[in-house]
Design a binder for this molecule. Structure first.
Ligand SMILES: Nc1nc2c(ncn2[C@@H]2O[C@@H]3COP(=O)(O)O[C@H]4[C@@H](O)[C@H](n5cnc6c(=O)[nH]c(N)nc65)O[C@@H]4COP(=O)(O)O[C@H]3[C@H]2O)c(=O)[nH]1
Length: 853
């Protein structure tokens, strides 16, 4: 097989040609330059030599010359195969040196092979060397050609070097513009080199980086290192570039986002030997991305409807809240002009003002009506903001649309609640006041009259407490609708609170008011069906009139309230007109109430004591403590004038406690002065039993005075027993356990039945003085007194009569079997410090009794 010697200084050229020839069955030797080729050929002569021109040590021309002058080689064909700056002179020169062929790269492989076949046929040495004999000429030409070729080569290298420099400058510029940092990692030595910028992007001075991967790794955020290394591994295995964003922790602790790009470089065996890449800081970009993401999230998840339009108000995008409140889908509304939302309830001027404002202030805020997709309209608060582009021109508008439907409804509801009572749907006191003020102004102008009624349902509290609030509410609703039915359009019936109603009657005189009041009483008398109950409610009505009784609303209402108080006092289920006398009374009451508040602290209360006697023996049994108020201006005020007031405002509790303590103290003092065995009786108000812990108050009074409980008697009103049986019963038993005596005061005025009384731990019944008063003349009183005495005795209770004013009353009571008595006939109530003197003057009360009888 022919042997061919290939001479080329570039390995890849040798390799390519060698592969081609060997592939076609040739034996191939290679040499990197002429001298080596000569050596190889002299050892193993080839059948053909193919050589490049420019090579180090010995170039192709010199080789050709040597070859063609060597008698052992010159018969072997020599071909030049070159691409280097060939021109016609090269070829001529080569052929002049004796070369057999001059082939220009790149040659078509088939043509090349064909030529090689032909050259091999030339193997017979020619008889005469074609070599030019003129050595000097040859050398001159050789030099000229070589110099030309070198100049060519130098020019080419300079151009390449210039391009490389340009490329490097461009790259540097690009990196600087990008503010990129460069790194280069020699995987064999493990050393990493950073550019100064790279160190800066890691918040470090260049000299602070020791070139170790671990030092780099330490700076990467722990959550990002795995991702970065995984991306790098994939790039290494796939021979691809990688890019990864990661966070770097600066020495000051701050976090910086970095975008990293890297590439592996491999050796001939495909082993990665080097890595290099660039990094740029992208913190701002990431923050912007985050803000964009947040803004998008806010936009989408906002409860407020938001649309973004272009400068011409064409909708670009709308969020879900907008779609929900208008019924449009985001696709439907995109590109549509925002004017589609107008409800046409505002004139053109409104919108031109809006745009004028918006252009001037870049913002507009206001309320208007919008139209939904289905045509319905709804109130909104619209807030439009103009968004400017870089040149300052408005590029977009952002509108936030708050649906005010619920606010408006709530507002109306609040408005309604401010003027109407929710339960009865009647006007409330605020609206009543408004209307009354108007009605009075009109009456003043027209010289007409106005009447004001104040109504209170009788015993409504009992219905509420015993049958429950829902029944109570139904009763109030029925009463409200009956009242509404009775009045004229021009009048106002209002629920004033609880079971109180007011009626404002315009252009109505006292007669008209009385007629209506009577009608109200009759109408409300019809049973009211509530729950499973059929209830009859009475009503008390107070009436006052303009201009006769009052001039303004407040006075009119106050006077009707005073009249109502009188109506209630007059047995309920009736109506009363306001009178000046009522006003005076009410006034006095008010004054008393104010004075009462400071009376206790000012030590204005006194106790007077009325003796009580055994009717049979005439023996003194004890004293009833009776409260007096020593008013600094009005003098002594009797209890019936102020106790009801104290009961209403709750002052009876501290006052009653004072009475208990004072009475016990006084009784103990008498005992120490020798008035032994005398009891003291103290009146207890129902309010004291209801509101106060009466048991411990009594205990404390006894403890403080050291009075034995058996010397204390507590007088309770009969009506108390009818109240709240359970809790009263419990307290009475507890009082009994202490050892005090219990009596029922004013017996006969209430409705206690015998059976009822049996349930209470009572010791004594006190016959009310109203029966005693008429005992002599009135047979009925006598019968009642007798009944009480026998009933009490049958229950093993003692009986005491109060208000005994003369001997005949005492005699009748004694004959009836009444046990004890007290009254003016025996003694008037007296201050505690006078008791001793009174006893001295009357050493033998029994005698006294006998004497007077
Ligand atoms: N016409 C007439 N009256 C006589 C006669 N003997 C006594 N009285 C008066 O009759 C009242 C008897 O007291 P009461 O029925 O418990 O009626 C008492 C009692 O219910 C109440 N009260 C008096 N002191 C207190 C008290 O400390 N606490 C409470 N809660 N109520 C008291 O005030 C009511 C009136 O007390 P007073 O004005 O002191 O009136 C006393 C007494 O002065 C008489 O022969 N003829």
């Amino acid at each position: 097989m022919p042997r061919i010697l290939i001479v080329d200084d570039r390995e890849e050229n040798r390799y390519l040609l060698q592969s081609l020839l060997e592939g076609h069955g040739y034996l191939v030797d290679v040499a990197a330059e002429g001298a080596e080729a000569l050596l190889t050929a002299r050892q193993t002569p080839p059948d053909l030599i193919i050589t490049d021109i420019l090579m180090p040590v010995m170039d192709g021309f010199r080789l050709c010359r040597e070859w063609k002058t060597d008698h052992t080689l010159r018969h072997i064909p020599l071909a030049f195969y070159t691409a280097t700056y060939t021109d016609s002179k090269d070829e001529a020169y080569a052929l002049g040196l004796g070369a057999d062929a001059f082939i220009t790269k790149p040659a078509d492989p088939d043509d090349l092979l064909q030529l090689i076949t032909e050259l091999l046929r030339l193997r017979q040495p020619p008889a005469v060397s074609r070599f030019k004999s003129d050595e000097a000429t040859i050398l001159k030409e050789y030099n000229a050609v070589l110099i030309q070729k070198l100049e060519h080569k130098i020019a080419q290298l300079e151009a390449a070097s210039f391009r490389a420099t340009q490329n490097e400058q461009r790259l540097t510029l690009a990196l600087e513009v990008e503010e990129a940092g460069i790194w280069d990692w020699d995987l064999l030595s493990g050393v990493i080199i950073w550019s100064d910028r790279h160190a800066a992007l890691f918040g470090m001075e260049p000299e602070d980086f020791d070139g170790r991967y671990e030092s780099f790794r330490k700076r990467v955020h722990p959550n990002d290192i795995d991702g970065l290394e995984a991306a790098s591994e994939i790039a290494r295995d796939q021979h691809s570039d990688y890019s990864k964003d990661f966070r770097v922790i600066w020495p000051d602790g701050s976090l910086h986002w970095i975008a990293g790009r890297g590439r592996y470089l491999y050796d001939a065996q495909g082993k990665p030997t080097r890595m290099c890449g660039v990094i740029v800081e992208i913190t701002t970009l990431k923050n912007n991305e985050e803000q964009m993401r947040l803004a998008a999230q806010v936009f989408e998840s906002s409860h407020e409807a938001i649309i973004i339009t272009d400068a011409q108000a064409n909708i670009i995008t709308a969020n879900s809240a907008f779609c929900r409140s208008t019924g449009y889908t985001a696709e439907e509304i995109s590109g549509v002009n925002a004017s589609i939302l107008r409800a046409d309830q505002h004139d053109v001027g409104y919108f031109s003002d809006l745009w004028k404002d918006l252009r001037k202030n870049r913002h507009w805020n206001g309320e208007l009506n919008n139209r939904r997709k289905d045509g319905s309209t709804y109130p909104v608060r619209l807030s439009i903001s103009a968004v400017g582009d870089d040149s300052g021109l408005t590029s977009h508008y952002v509108s936030i649309i708050t649906d005010l439907t619920q606010y408006k409804e709530a507002e109306e509801r609040i408005q309604y609640m401010a003027y109407f009572d929710a339960l009865s749907t009647l006007p409330n006191r605020t609206l009543l006041r408004d209307r009354a003020v108007h009605a009075l102004a009109a009456a003043r102008r027209d010289q007409t009259e106005v009447a004001m009624m104040f109504l209170d349902l009788d015993h409504f509290k009992t219905i509420n407490d015993s049958l429950g609030h829902s029944v109570g509410d139904q009763v109030l609703q029925t009463v409200a609708s009956r009242l509404k039915y009775l009045i004229r359009e021009v009048d106002t019936v209002a629920r004033y609170g609880g079971d109180e109603f007011s009626i404002l009657l315009t252009n109505t005189d006292a007669k008209g008011a009385a007629q209506l009041a009577q009608k109200i009483i009759e109408t409300l008398a019809a049973p009211i069906e509530a729950g499973n109950h059929s209830l009859v409610v009475g009503v008390s009505i107070g009436i006052s009139c303009y201009p006769a009784d009052a001039d303004d609303f407040e006075a009119l209402l106050k006077n009707s309230d005073i009249a109502l108080f009188r109506a209630k006092g007059a047995g309920r289920n009736n109506f009363q007109f306001f009178t000046q006398e009522m006003n005076t009374n009410a006034h006095n009451r008010l004054e008393l109430e104010v004075a009462l508040r400071s009376a206790l602290a000012d030590n204005q209360f006194r106790l007077h004591y009325q003796p009580q006697f055994d009717l049979r023996s005439g023996k003194l049994l004890g004293f009833e403590a009776l409260l007096r108020w020593q008013h600094p201006v009005r003098g002594l005020i009797p209890p019936l004038e102020f106790i009801p007031i104290a009961e209403i405002n709750g002052l009876i509790v501290p006052i009653g406690t004072w009475v208990l303590n004072e009475a016990c103290r006084q009784a103990k003092e008498w005992q120490t002065r020798g008035i032994t065995h005398a009891m003291v009786a103290v009146n207890l108000s129902a309010v004291q039993i209801r509101q106060a812990n009466i048991v411990s108050i009594v205990k404390q009074a006894l403890q403080a005075s050291k009075l034995e409980a058996k010397y204390l008697e507590l007088e309770l009103t009969e009506s108390l027993l009818l109240e709240n049986v359970g809790s009263v019963l419990l307290q009475l038993h507890q009082l009994k356990e202490i050892g005090v005596t219990l009596s029922i005061d004013d017996f006969g005025t209430g409705y206690s039945s015998l059976a009822y009384l049996k349930r209470f731990p009572i010791d004594t019944l006190k016959i009310d003085k109203s029966f005693v008063l008429n005992l002599t003349e009135d047979a009925d009183s006598r019968a009642i007194a007798l009944a009480i005495v026998s009933m009490a005795h049958s229950l093993r209770l003692k009986v005491i009569a109060e208000g005994v004013e003369d001997a005949s009353q005492a005699k009748i009571l004694a004959e009836m079997g009444c046990d004890e008595a007290q009254g003016y006939w025996y003694a008037r109530p007296m201050p505690g410090d006078q008791v001793a003197g009174w006893l001295q003057r009357n050493p033998e009360p029994a005698t006294l009794l006998a004497n007077r009888a």
